[in-house]
Ligand binder design. Sequence first.
Ligand code: SF4
Ligand code: SF4
Length: 585
Amino acid sequence: MQSNRIAVVEKEKCNPVFCGDYLCIKLCPINRQGEECIHKTEDGKVAIEEVLCTGCKICSNRCPFGAIHIINLPSELENPVHQFGKNGFRLYQLPVPKQGSIVGIIGVNGIGKSTAIKILGKVIVPNLGNIDVQHNEQDVISFFKGTELQTYFTKLYSDQISISYKPQHIESIPKVFDGTVLEFLLKISEHYEKIVSIFELDALLERKLSQLSGGELQRVVIAGAMLKEANLRVIDEPTSYLDIKQRLKLASSLKQFINENNSMILVEHDLIVLDYLSDFVHIMYGKPRSFGVVSQIKSTKEGINAFLRGFLKEENVRFRKESIEFTKHAPESKQDNEESLIEWDDFEVNLKGFDLKVNAGKLPKGKVIGVLGENGIGKTTFIRILAGEIKPTKGEVSSQLKVSYKPQYLVHTSDELVSQYLSDAIAKYNLQLIRPLAIDELLNKKISELSGGELQRVYIAKCLSQDADLYLLDEPSAYLDVEQRLTVSKVLRSFMEEKGRTAIVVDHDLLFIDYLSEMLFVFTGEPSKKGLLKGLFSMEDGMNVFLKDLGITFRRDHETKRPRANKIGSQQDKMQKAEGKYYYI
Ligand code: SF4
Ligand code: SF4
């Protein structure tokens, strides 16, 4: 086999009993000639001898479960930095930390981002693609000879670099640390006061980690990573569970921790936050779960634009067929002439000391409506009132609407197969939902085996496949990567347009909301105490109301038209605030 072709077997997809008793082994022309190119392994699955494989792709084309991938790699790629077992995922090249800077990493799920940062963080010593030989740290240093990474690994392995690491999944931390927030911080350093004020943790200090909400726990764990003395901080997906206001606050807080003696690596799917925080970016491309390549380092603006274009000029690599486009101007709204789906008079609800007031309003037919607001301000309550799950305390919302609802928290425990759970959606909407959301490759998995991003896509498909007048989706972007977020936006919009139905989408990713919404509701108030629903607004008015409250303005990138947050107090920021143009300029 040529060195630039690899064979990958996704073991969890391989199902020899149901494919016809090792179909690939029966079909492989090399096996048919008497050699063992594909063979059974001890775990009952298969492995491929890459040196014998001719790359005919009969096995990958015929495997009914899509378990085999025969991939021709770009010819410049030589040895991987790390490989997960025989026929496993391979990672090529690594991000380069830059002293005094934040280096962002952008890429889809399953492309090796976490592996790359674990290698930089000394959690994994890479095997340099040789799965049969135990490499030592000196081999790693030699592998990167003549590059910046040689210096980096020399310092890392001689303990001249100390690392602080904020993991992607924070949910398990309260299971291993049962103490209070104060005890958690004290374990890291006794000089915690400044961190408490930067991350506004005063009210949480006496609470146990297990009693915190997702957003509170995220802030505490990030604060811990910043408190730890380190000259490289590796921060994996810091914005999960945070609302827009918290995300932008976090972005300016993190910047304070960078100086000429340290550096930061940041993995993030919210492009507005990544753009705001990073000085440089690496793009990671390839084929999820098969191989990932780290691009050369780029300026943040260039890197994000290249990611949206799907083309890396310096490397001459196209990694996506279409470019992702944004519109510069707010979509026009014809609110007054539009047919209403539902109308309501003023109503209020009081739930355990929380007051929500909703002004009289209506929902037009055939639109996707975005909902913006902080955490704990009544967004989910409003959705649950429309869904008929909660009754208002004052006033009423009466309608005969059929509502389909995707909740914020997804239940993971069922042993039902995805193909059973989505049987209606598969029969009715294979082309509109199952294929574009890439659910076809999940059909043989149990719901309980799905990752967060996979479960999210399954729940979105389930919600949209129901026969309903109104679709309510609470935080559909959670756990999705950038490309999946944009795919979901497109699917949602075209689905509502085609069916003439209405969707309300609550989300914290401003770019996602911008991409999919035609109109906006805005929530204001005081988290956990009171909320007021304003709207329905056109995109322009809604963004102005929401962002004025936050004091943040956005400009547009000239090339891609994507929104970019202005530095607070910059000339551009002042000018836009004076003109009352917070988002669409
Ligand atoms: Fe069957 Fe596909 Fe597994 Fe080969 S890889 S044994 S065809 S399920
Ligand atoms: Fe055999 Fe062809 Fe598959 Fe290679 S690509 S393992 S030669 S069937």
